[in-house]
Ligand binder design. Structure first.
Ligand SMILES: C[S@@+](CC[C@H](N)C(=O)[O-])C[C@H]1O[C@@H](n2cnc3c(N)ncnc32)[C@H](O)[C@@H]1O
Length: 248
């Protein structure tokens, strides 16, 4: 398995500053509509691949008890700082274990596309299923092929006085179904420009492959919603599907 830990460790400072608000301002109303209303007021929620904790913050503000985990220690360091009222730990999804049983789980911003092979995706679903109460809903969004065929290869740059970031989409490989983007970052620290480079990779799955992996892991009752039908306009909604599964 390619190492996705270092990818987000290096990117965490920029992600924490720039990558949360726009996505979650569109995704949270969708989650409220298709998932959150099914939960008891004080539900205990598992945030899978929680990143820097932005969603965990929105959920704790509404009174839910949130436990988040992510494979990147640096993303989790920000999450702990951002949301001291939630609990966090470092773990890849496929080996996540916990003695508690959660009322619901969630995983946002195409996090599960970061799992690069089908066996690993199935094991990840199995790990989540094992810590959910019977019938608990697991909501997540994933990108389907339309997203990788369109905007993935586009370049992006951010230039500020003391930090600079460029993203070069190196495109989508139709054979391996892996998309990669190269991120180059500079930060001015104590008068010195420091450079770091990282590559984020995602794997494209079809909705049928997601359903098959989830079913093999024991989940039932798959629901799928096209993000654009739920009001997620523009590039973020393109090729994005929200799924809801029921725990065995
Ligand atoms: C695009 S970010 C989304 C973060 C967060 N869910 C959000 O909505 O802002 C993807 C996250 O998935 C994490 N990740 C990637 N592969 C993972 C794995 N196998 N297990 C756990 N976390 C993983 C990354 O470290 C990163 O924080």
């Amino acid at each position: 398995m390619l190492n996705q830990v270092a990818a987000y460790d290096d990117f965490a400072w920029f992600y924490n500053r720039y990558w949360n608000e726009e996505f979650h301002s569109l995704a949270f109303p969708i989650l409220e509509r298709i998932w959150l209303h099914r939960l008891p007021a004080d539900a205990r929620i598992l945030d899978v691949c929680c990143g820097t904790g932005y969603l965990a913050g929105l959920l704790t503000h509404r009174g839910y008890r949130v436990f988040g985990f992510d494979t990147s220690p640096e993303m989790i360091r920000y999450a702990c700082e951002n949301v001291p009222t939630a609990e966090f730990s470092v773990s890849p999804v496929s080996s996540f274990r916990d003695s508690r049983r959660f009322d619901a789980a969630v995983s946002t911003f195409d996090s599960l596309n970061h799992i690069l092979d089908e066996a690993e995706l199935e094991n990840s679903f199995r790990s989540v299923a094992a810590v959910l109460k019977r019938g608990a809903p697991f909501a997540f969004d994933m990108l389907l092929e339309a997203a990788y065929q369109t905007h993935w290869g586009e370049d992006f740059a951010l230039v500020k006085d003391d930090h600079v970031l460029t993203i070069t989409g190196s495109g989508y490989d139709f054979r391996t179904r892996i998309a990669a983007c190269k991120i180059t970052m500079f930060r001015l620290k104590q008068g010195q420009w420091c450079r770091s480079d990282t590559v984020v990779r995602e794997r494209c799955y079809s909705a049928q492959e997601v359903a098959a992996a989830a079913q093999k892991a024991g989940f039932t009752e798959l629901e799928c919603y096209d993000a654009r039908d739920l009001g997620m306009a523009g590039q973020l909604g393109e090729g994005r599907t929200f799924f809801i599964l029921r725990a065995p």
